[in-house]
Design a protein around this ligand. Sequence first.
Ligand code: G3P
Ligand code: MG
Length: 245
Amino acid sequence: MPADQMPRIIAHRGASGNAPENTLAAIQMAADHGAKWIEIDVNISRDGVPVLFHDDGLNRCSNGSGLVIEHSVSTLQSLDAGSWFDKAFTGERIPTLEECLQLAIRLDLGVNLEIKPCSGWELPTTDAIADLLQQKTELPPIVVSSFSHVAMQQAAKRLPEIPRSCLYLVAPPDWQELTGEVGASNIHLHANSLLDNKKVDTYHAQGLGVFCYTVNTAKEAVKLFSIGVDGVFTNYPKDLLQASV
Ligand code: G3P
Ligand code: MG
């Protein structure tokens, strides 16, 4: 079960502290830095193609403008998604999910696929991702997550064989019902989410793995591991792996 295989250190948006987030360069760098799993954010283009991008809007992480959902995949892939980060990455493209999965297979990486729909697009986004995954004859190990419960319900329906993680800033009061309803294997929480060892024990007692984002120092990772957290998402996988946390 891939959820059990998720390691302690996961490269958040690829090695996004050292390369432009959610690009093939960041994924390649995560592998070069020794990461075994990556986390990526997946939205869809106007023509329904799953692409890697964190924000609804294009302006922060590309030279485009407007919303991801407003543009065709060919337009999205004509944008520069690298130079905003560093001139050395000029010309880096917004990858399709398919390109990402191919690279993950080649690099032997597991993938935490975060469904990141624009508001109101939860079902079409999850369906487009499910359609793609169902077409593929080979996939890397995948765990699907989302802040959107609608997306998680649809993932459970469309991709029952792919493990799921419920993703929250802070676990809501009805976390038990919500994680149970979608058959979640894990709960992914913000690193500052009022977590202590009793809460971690409670999640574990429900059979849930506990993972925290975004943890960029060894000190913080050590603290979270000391209360029983199973893994952390970091923009700097090299630093945390070198620190042997
Ligand atoms: O999946 C963990 C984390 O990526 C969730 O927050 O905003 O960085 O996608 P965000
Ligand atoms: Mg994410």
